[in-house]
Design a binder for this molecule. Structure first.
Ligand SMILES: Cc1cc2nc3c(=O)[nH]c(=O)nc-3n(C[C@H](O)[C@H](O)[C@H](O)COP(=O)(O)O)c2cc1C
Length: 371
């Protein structure tokens, strides 16, 4: 097998803010289920991220790390809510930096998409809109709590920098807290944090401003944002693009475009992809972000086939290609592409990689050969 049209644009470097990513492949944030109970990263993270870097992923984005203890989404999740967690992280960027790869920490708060027993209280949200899946009626955040949340995100970014990460990704997708602020379905506030699309974006704007004030312009900050919530009363693509346009001049360095929230029954992790036509399922909306912005855009969703990904970038629809599940199965996929040993990922999108004992491919034993 050989890679068509090599050398490919996918193996050319590109900057995200001040850092040079050696190629166009991004490991999209993927919850590893590998942290200690208090959120500490472990040796398993080190092995995982070191392996992805050896496998030539250009930019690795960690699974979502909660910025305060009320923001945990599920057990085994990484925390970044306290300075003492930093020392347990340092080895990870160090391992990644033995290669040309870069690593960003994804910083997050679960909002209402969590369990009361996990956080030891009532989950918080912009408004008290019940979540039918988590069976949670969240408590509306006070303006003081929102200010506290902004500080927590800024502190989390500072800790990521101190741990040696190359940047952070603000998780504002998938119905988690920041996503629920952006969405008119879950944000029914009438104060400065709700109502107009601009007001709904304010919390993210203030987080970015806060990070820039604390850490300067050089530290890369990117965002993962929904293009749609898949709800008739949810965020629109135009509103999401408008939010990105507010953030861009404030120092946002890139956008990764996703979609979905738990309540809609449709998230970002679509099962059962089979044909090339189904690949890149958020690349369409991502290309609309690209048309509206100058910063790099990362195209996500079911990317599996080298030639399809290459076309997305060559045609200027997106700048980077991100993948999650394929790298669970094949951490060396990018190297295999470069060497012409694979033309597509063997990932069958079965979603058995969601493993509370630790991220692992549930299909690999059954079907060991890459498809
Ligand atoms: C096991 C698993 C964990 C995930 N954890 C996160 C996460 O922590 N943060 C996030 O933004 N997306 C998360 N996602 C979504 C992925 O980043 C990605 O958006 C989605 O899987 C689609 O990409 P893919 O088709 O390449 O898998 C997760 C997906 C999987 C399968």
């Amino acid at each position: 097998m050989s890679v068509p049209n090599a050398p490919s644009v996918l193996f050319t470097p590109m900057n995200i803010g001040s850092v040079t990513v050696p190629n166009r492949f991004v490991r999209s944030a993927t919850h590893e289920f590998m942290a200690e109970e208090d959120g500490r990263m472990t040796k398993r993270h080190l092995e995982l991220f070191g392996g992805l870097a050896e496998g030539e992923v250009g930019l690795i984005i960690s699974g979502h790390a909660y910025v305060n203890r009320r923001g945990i989404a599920s057990p085994g999740q990484t925390g970044i809510y306290d300075d003492r967690l930093v020392e347990h992280m340092r080895g990870i960027p160090e391992a990644v930096h033995r290669t040309p790869a870069k690593i960003f920490l994804q910083i997050a708060h679960a909002g209402r998409q969590t369990k009361e027993r996990l956080i030891g209280g009532t989950p918080v949200a912009p408004s008290a809109v019940p979540d039918p899946v988590f069976k949670v009626v969240p408590r509306e955040m006070t303006p003081e709590e929102i200010r506290g949340l902004i500080r927590d995100f800024v502190q989390a970014a500072r800790r990521a920098l101190e741990a040696g990460f190359d940047g952070v990704q603000i998780h504002a997708a998938h119905g988690y807290l920041l996503s629920s602020f952006l969405s008119p379905h879950t944000n029914r506030r009438t104060d400065e944090w709700g109502g107009t699309a601009e007001n709904r974006a304010r919390v993210v704007v203030e987080i970015l401003r806060g990070i820039r004030d604390a850490l300067g312009r050089a530290f890369p900050v990117i965002i993962k944002i929904n293009s749609t919530d898949f709800l008739p009363t949810g965020l629109t693509l135009a509103e999401a693009i408008a939010a990105a346009r507010i953030l861009e001049p404030l120092g946002l360095d890139a956008v990764e475009v996703s979609g979905g929230m738990t309540e809609s029954g449709r998230g970002s992790v679509w099962p059962g992809l089979r044909t090339e036509d189904e690949e890149g399922y958020f690349v369409g909306p991502a290309s609309e972000f690209k048309a509206a912005l100058k910063i790099p855009v990362i195209g996500l969703g079911g990317n599996r086939t080298f030639s399809v990904m290459e076309r997305f970038v060559r045609e200027g629809r997106v700048d980077f290609i991100s993948l999650s599940r394929p790298f669970v199965r094949e951490p060396d996929l990018v190297r295999r592409f470069r060497l012409g040993l694979s033309t597509r990922s063997g990932c069958v999108s079965c979603n058995k990689c969601f493993n509370p004992r630790g991220l692992a491919c549930g299909d690999l034993k059954k079907h060991p050969s890459p498809g």
